[in-house]
Design a protein around this ligand. Structure first.
Ligand SMILES: [Zn+2]
Length: 290
């Protein structure tokens, strides 16, 4: 049974020219959220830039519980309310729409019994589709049907409005807010103050350092002296951002070359022996360069 109002969805995607690229990525789940970018490069941060939850995905982008990010729940509800005030809107539709989004944000059950029985089919159907689908412009067809029957009893619109045009307006309102929320999320990610900017740079260089330590077993044994005995010791020894950055930038090309050489020279046998007879004491290695 077809229950999504695809006509309004299609019109919305065609209509929104300014943010079209963003919206197409958003709807098709291709936004560069943490989980997605971490797949391109393992040193990219997979976490939410606001609350550091692991594997930030599209759902988390919308539902992040950080106080700076939940401000948009009210902002979104206000935008919908304002838009509905300027359109002939069946009053309960606006209430159900806002309540559905709020309950999804808070992960709570929709209180169906708070609404008259004639809206229960709509609530059931949208619940079945998922309230989160509203963000993607996927409204149940019943929104359109109920709005149409409201318009038939509203002589002021003179046929310029329809259930489809109402859903379209709601989708565009939601998408404008989603786009703005993406800008809020990115401002956090790129560091909007000096302190947060340095924090982000620190995290990045530590991830790159860790990635190089992960390469250690595949580098030439003659390069192992460059590493500290462990990543923890490395971090405890080089404590400034510039120091950490210099180590990574200085040694990364050497290590990448070393991995290639080790593979060509077939030193895997030697590594196997090393693993079989591990050095008695890591700390007997030469002093690593700083
Ligand atoms: Zn978050």
């Amino acid at each position: 049974m077809e229950t999504i109002h695809w006509e309004a969805h299609g019109q919305a995607l065609k209509k929104n020219y300014i943010y079209r690229t963003f919206l197409v990525k958003f709807v098709h789940d291709k936004l560069p959220v943490g989980k997605t970018i971490a797949r391109y490069k393992d040193t990219y941060d997979h976490r939410c830039p606001s609350c550091y939850e692991d594997q930030e995905d599209r759902t988390h982008f919308l539902r992040c519980p950080h106080p700076d990010r939940t401000k948009w729940h009210l902002k979104l509800a206000t935008a919908i309310r304002k838009r509905c005030e300027n359109l002939p809107t069946r009053p309960y539709l606006m209430e159900i729409l806002i309540a559905g989004l709020v309950h999804w944000f808070q992960d709570t059950t929709f209180p169906q019994d708070d609404y008259p029985a004639q809206y229960h089919d709509l609530i059931d159907q949208q619940e079945h589709l998922g309230w989160n689908q509203l963000f993607l412009g996927r409204f149940s067809t019943l929104w359109g049907d109920l709005q149409n029957s409201h318009l038939r009893h509203s002589p002021t619109t003179a046929g310029t409005q329809s259930g489809t045009s109402w859903i379209l307006s709601m989708i565009l309102t939601i998408w404008t807010e989603v786009q703005q929320q993406w800008a809020v999320r990115n401002a956090v990610n790129h560091g909007d103050t000096d302190a947060t900017s340095l924090g982000a740079k620190f995290s990045q260089v530590l991830r790159e350092t860790e990635a190089l330590y992960n390469l250690k077993p595949t580098t030439l044994p003659s390069n192992h002296y460059i590493f500290y005995p462990s990543l923890a010791i490395h971090q405890a020894t080089i404590t400034t951002y510039t120091g950490l950055r210099a180590w990574v930038d200085n040694w990364r090309p050497v290590f990448l070359r070393s991995v290639k050489d080790a593979a060509e020279q077939g030193v895997t046998h030697q590594q196997a022996i090393e693993q079989y007879f591990p050095p008695a004491e890591d700390t007997t290695q030469e002093d690593p360069p700083d």
